[in-house]
Design a protein around this ligand. Structure first.
Ligand code: NCD
Length: 309
């Protein structure tokens, strides 16, 4: 059993919780490999996908996870722009309680929204990304991807590259990777780092060339253009010079090392077209689609652990 009723952030998860999620993920990956990708585990349970921000892959991933376990899933989308903050969350929460759902998946532009909904409803909540705060299911699927690839996974060296300031993925991943003992560094220019970076206690570099030949995992973040209210990074040219992954840099990576990205990729900014289009053997180190596949299985494991036992 998990020690938590909701998946709101990484801090609340114990190492035992994390192991439990990952071992169940393996079982559900086996289900996803079958012809008939469906199990009756959550028959009769109702799940709501509550998305206040645009999302393709995370929303679809949760939807598939729920449907493959035979739960009833309802999509509730509200464009962020039509929200009056606070007031409309309360109204939404009241509606959800009245609908008697068993679990709520929330994505919201405000940090803390998932926790707020859990406190107000006391219904299990999975945080599918809240503002710049956390995206714990992304971190868990990323951990699974790394664990599957490296036998001695405790010794893994990871560099997280790009827009740390605006990235909830960076926050959850740094916390989770450190928790399981990885050697974590970040690569970002000072203007794309949060002020409280000391809190994370990681090595900071400003140029991807400082880490590219040393790490096992190069984790590229999406440039969060929608969260920039002024021009933070002067130009794509400079981004390409210090942060982007191009063919030249890929050629300097360690033999077994891998490239990850939470998606969607801004082609030509975080990762060059040529690298994205790698085919054959060269593409073995690009794990972006593998992350997506494992994402469904991790979410099935979480739904099972929160609802199915
Ligand atoms: C991430 C998100 O929305 O936080 N994407 C995702 O969940 N697939 C990362 C991002 O958009 O940069």
């Amino acid at each position: 059993m998990l020690s938590v009723k909701s998946i709101l952030n990484i801090e609340d998860l114990s190492l035992e919780d994390i192991d439990l999620v990952l071992s169940n993920t393996d079982s559900f990956l086996e289900v996803l490999g079958r012809d008939l990708k469906k199990v009756p585990t959550l028959r009769g349970k109702t799940i709501i996908n509550l998305f206040f921000e645009p999302s393709t892959r995370t929303k679809t991933s949760f939807e598939l996870a729920a449907k493959r376990m035979n739960a009833d899933l309802v999509n509730f989308s509200a464009p962020a722009s039509s929200l009056k903050k606070g007031e409309s969350i309360i109204d939404t929460v009241k509606t959800i309680i009245a609908m008697k759902v068993d679990l709520i998946i929330v994505r919201h532009p405000d940090s803390g929204a998932a926790k707020f909904i859990f406190i107000k409803t006391n219904i299990p909540v999975i945080n599918a990304g809240d503002g710049k705060n956390e995206h714990p299911t992304q971190a868990l699927l990323d951990l699974h991807t790394i664990k599957k690839r490296f036998k001695d996974f405790k010794k893994v060296k990871v560099a997280i590259v790009g827009d740390i300031l605006n990235s909830r993925v960076a926050r959850s991943n740094i916390k989770l990777f450190k928790k399981v003992g990885f050697d974590v560094s970040v690569v970002s220019p000072p203007m794309l780092l949060p002020e409280n970076m000391d809190y994370f206690n990681v090595d900071i570099k400003n140029n991807i060339d400082d880490v590219i030949g040393e790490v096992d995992v190069i984790y590229m973040l999406r440039m969060q253009f929608e969260r920039h209210n002024r021009e933070l990074y002067p130009s794509v040219r400079e981004y390409n010079e210090y942060l982007s992954l191009n063919m030249d840099r890929v050629s300097k990576m360690k033999k077994e090392s891998i490239v990850m990205h939470p998606g969607p990729v801004n082609r030509g900014i975080e990762i060059s077209e040529e690298v994205m289009n790698l085919s054959g053997k060269g593409s073995d180190r690009l794990l972006i689609n593998t992350q997506v596949t494992y994402g469904v299985a991790v979410r099935m494991a979480l739904l099972y652990l929160l609802l199915g036992q």
